[in-house]
Design a protein around this ligand. Structure first.
Ligand code: AMP
Ligand code: GLY
Length: 456
């Protein structure tokens, strides 16, 4: 493997060359979720792209003409490297956070491949909450006040001094389960004690305690080439399993975009006050961040504050956003990966409203039931899409459930009423035993019309 210094000087060199972005013919997307299904669907729209391979993909990958599966897991670094060299992929887009945090992008870049997704250094933005908090403080990014602790006694003493409930977070990646938001001091103490029982493994050896913020949440995504950023419309996710935002936290049960929680001025402020400073702070640390910066924000009474950063697209926000992107997306991600966003075509973003609702399996998120037969009579069109996540095709060609979040129906319309009406009509055409979905996704924006939206 080449040293990281060699890698970084090669990345710097690629920045100054004039690239022919039309040479993007073969793309590999790594991951098996709904996010990767939507990415493949969006990337194949580029006229120059001849094929998009998804490793390992899912039961819906090959429903998109031009998209193919490669039976290689996202954790199989050697297999992905060999396949990338063999198939001569021009671009590799890494979907999930774990392979990014484990350095998959570094291994591929060391072999001269062009990758959209940060190296292990930049992926720390998501993989270590302490690291991300330090970076935010260095960059003066607005966020909740925090304390890092590595001993139970220290954490309990701090809580006693603070005399208010604090959010308790495992420092490392804990599959979305490492955060407790207690509503009392006793609840905080309980969460601290539990976290130190080893429930989060190494991820929970260090905790971040945070001031409790209040307000609606919104996700903002920036496509970065290490120096520049392209902002995507803000999206709102619905993390709880049940209607009325009740029940356990999930990966996300539905989303919509553009979220009117941020108007265009406010979104530009997020770029200036959050995304650019964090990218610059990484640059100062010698990190050439080429991929998505996903800022999870809370809109508090004193403005937007960062709740967390992720180093990838959100799922299901990605399924919601992809149908709004123009066919230039593949070239834009290629330019990010090459460090030359200044040479990319302008990314056309539709000003339609996009809606997405996830159909989950029974038992999700604790223990999702799998192996149920899926039937779909949904009629797809330019404004309605079906993205697969936890699905597989068996040897007889039957489509079966294979994970918690099974499918996502997405649709676009001139307003959110139209988009959600298409989504919910579509969901009625899908069935599998135990199907469950929220009927209130986007209630915040339904029955609203473009003239009611804040100016975009
Ligand atoms: P995270 O994994 O950091 O995104 O946290 C998961 C969820 O916990 C967030 O989406 C918020 O709903 C909630 N949360 C995290 N940090 C805070 C905070 N400081 N104040 C209030 N809620 C929070
Ligand atoms: N939808 C939230 C996430 O992807 O983390």
């Amino acid at each position: 493997m080449k040293g990281s210094q060699d890698q970084s000087s090669e990345m710097q060199n690629s920045r100054s060359i004039k690239h022919d972005l039309s040479q993007i013919k073969r793309i590999l997307v790594v991951g098996n979720g709904g996010r990767e299904n939507a990415l493949a669907w969006a990337l194949i729209k580029c006229p120059e792209v001849e094929g998009v391979w998804v490793a390992p993909g899912n039961g819906g990958t090959e429903n998109h003409p031009g998209c193919m599966r490669l039976e290689i897991k996202a954790s199989d670094v050697k297999g992905l490297l060999e396949a990338s060299l063999l198939h001569q992929f021009n671009l590799i887009v890494i979907g999930p956070e774990i392979p990014l945090a484990d350095g998959l992008a570094d291994v591929l870049r060391d072999s001269g491949l062009v990758v959209f997704g940060p190296g292990a250094d930049g992926a720390k933005l998501e993989a270590s909450k302490t690291w991300a908090k330090e970076l935010m403080s260095e960059a003066s990014v607005p966020t909740a006040k925090h304390w890092t602790v590595s001993k139970k006694e220290e954490a309990l003493a701090l809580l006693k001094k603070q005399q208010r409930p604090l959010v308790v977070k495992a420092d490392g990646l804990a599959a979305g389960k490492g955060v407790t938001v207690p509503d009392s001091i006793e609840g905080t103490a309980k969460a601290i004690k539990e976290a130190f029982t080893g429930k989060f493994g190494v991820a929970g050896e260090t905790l971040v305690l945070e001031e409790l913020l209040q307000g609606p949440e919104v996700s903002v995504f920036g496509l970065c080439d290490g120096e520049r950023i392209i902002l995507l419309p803000a999206a709102q996710d619905h993390k709880r399993l049940k209607e009325g935002d009740l029940g356990p936290n999930t990966g996300g049960m539905g989303a919509y975009a553009p979220a009117p929680l941020l108007n265009s001025n406010e979104l530009n402020n997020v770029q200036k006050l959050v995304l650019e400073p964090i990218l610059n702070a990484m640059k100062e640390r010698g990190i050439d961040y080429r991929g998505v910066i996903y800022a999870g924000l809370m809109i508090t009474s004193s403005g937007a504050k960062v709740i967390e950063f992720n180093c990838r697209f959100g799922d299901p926000e990605c399924q919601t956003l992809m149908p709004l992107m123009g066919p230039e997306l593949a070239r834009v991600l290629y330019a990010c990966a090459l460090g030359c966003l200044d040479q990319a075509p302008i990314l056309q973003i539709s000003n339609n409203c996009s809606a997405c609702v996830v159909a989950a399996a029974s038992g999700y998120p604790e223990a999702a039931r799998t192996g149920d037969l899926i039937t779909s009579k949904i009629k797809l069109s330019k404004s309605i899409q079906l993205f697969h996540a936890g699905t597989i095709c068996d040897k007889k060609g039957n489509l079966l459930t294979s994970g918690g979040r099974v499918l996502a129906v997405t649709a676009q319309g001139k307003d959110f009423d139209q988009a959600f009406s298409l989504v919910y009509k579509g969901l009625e055409q899908i069935s599998f035993d135990g199907i469950t979905y929220r009927n209130d996704i986007g209630n915040q924006v339904r029955h609203s019309h473009p003239q009611d939206k804040k100016e975009y």
